[in-house]
Structures are given as C-alpha cells and as structure tokens.
Design a protein around this ligand. Structure first.
Ligand code: GAR
Length: 217
C-alpha cells in the first residue's frame, strides 16, 4: 500500500500532531508524516516528532521580510518532501492566498469550534459567553478566509454550566484527537469529494445520532 505523504505545520503544544503520529503508527493507516514544520523553535510539539523519528524543520516567520516569502519557504520545503497533504495543527499563522491556492484541496485545518461559529481566537470563551449548548471541533479544507472552507468532519461536545474556557477546551481537544486522524484517513483513502462548499464522504458511514444539551432527565 502506497501511503499518503503528509506534512504537518505546528506552532505550539502539538497534541493534534501527537494524535496523528499515533494514528500513523498503525500498520493499516494509509498515511505517514514525512515532515513537521514549526514557525516557533521552542514549540513543544517538535519533541513528539523527534521522538517518532520524523524530520522537523524550523522555519521562523520572523526571519522573513513578509508573509509571501515565509510562505514560499514553507511551500518549497513541503514540495521537496513530496507532500500530498498539508495538515495545519495549531499553526497560528495566517497563510497567504498564494499558498492556499497552491495547495487547493490538499490543505486542511482543525479548529476548536463548530464552524462557521466562532472562527479566530479565544473561541472557547466566546462560545461560553454566547451561551451555546454545544461547541466542538471542525476539520475543514482551507480557503483564503480564516477558519473557512468545506467541512470534512465535526464533533459536538456539550458546554456545561460549570465550564470555563480551559475545561471546555480540554473536552473539545479530546474530540479533535479523534477527528483529525479520521479526516486524514478519509483523504488518504480518496473518499472525500469537494463539491462547492460541501464535502461528500464516499462509502458507508453510520449516521450520527441527534444529541441534546441539556438532555431531558
Ligand atoms: C487546537 O485546539 C486547534 O484546534 C487550535 O489550536 C489548538 C492546537 O493544539 N487551532 C486553531 O485555533 C486554529 N484556528 P495542539 O497544538 O495541542 O494541537
């Protein structure tokens, strides 16, 4: 089985990178991570890559005069590795239109909200402040607008009365670690068809159940 070659871009903790590394360790997983790039030299997530023997590149955005030249350096490195899918995993830099267009439908992101609700930053606190009963995570193809693009998978988690941003973030993160490896698997298996703003998943999937929050007791 030829495995899909994946490049992962991180800026920090790297727990989603860790989830992807663990998924790739399964012999039947159809993807492998060829390269992890961080724009921060001290990103904790780099240790997961190093421990797994995955090549890492530190490309510091500060070293470049503008976004376009930084993105060109990312692009060159990813192409040199023969990457077929780029995964943003807590990569906290806005990418230029040139980069996004160059990786059209081969660039995906994970975000800790049920998009299109709460794009941007500080999203768990914003969800709590808005009084929503559910939040969650979204894996989506990247388009030029921030946290926008055809949705591959979402997971919903309840927002509980006693939640603060940290507790909600932790609950969402658990769902992220399930969703991202699944989305990459489906991409690698060629099961995702982008049709305008919608993504069709080919093949059998069990229909999810309706969830209620709060649930009637
Ligand atoms: C994750 O919650 C991810 O969804 C979020 O950053 C965190 C990174 O955690 N991404 C965004 O907010 C993108 N807009 P990690 O470094 O432990 O994977």
């Amino acid at each position: 089985m030829a495995r899909l070659t994946v490049g992962v871009l991180i800026s920090g903790r790297g727990s989603n990178l860790k989830a992807l590394i663990e998924a790739c360790a399964a012999p039947d997983y159809p993807a492998e991570i060829a390269l992890v790039i961080s724009n921060k030299p001290d990103a904790a997530g780099l240790d997961y890559a190093r421990a797994a023997g995955i090549p890492v590149a530190i490309i510091e955005h500060r070293a470049f005069p503008d976004r376009a030249s930084f993105d060109a350096a990312l692009d060159a490195r990813l192409r040199a590795e023969g990457v077929g899918l780029v995964c943003l995993a807590g990569f906290m830099r806005l990418l230029t239109e040139g980069f996004v267009v160059g990786w059209h439908d081969r660039l995906i992101n994970i975000h800790p909200s049920l998009l299109p609700a709460f794009p941007g930053v500080d999203v768990q606190q914003r969800a709590i402040d808005a009084g929503v009963r559910f939040s969650g995570c979204t894996v989506h193809f990247v388009r030029t607008a921030t946290d926008d693009g055809p949705i591959i998978i979402q997971a919903a988690v309840p927002v509980l009365p006693e939640d603060d941003a940290e507790r909600l973030a932790a609950r969402i993160l658990e769902a992220e670690h399930v969703c991202y490896p699944l989305a990459v698997r489906w991409f690698a298996e060629g099961r995702l068809a982008v049709d305008g703003n919608r993504v069709r998943l080919r093949g059998a999937v069990a229909p999810p159940e309706t969830a209620f929050s709060p649930a009637a007791s």
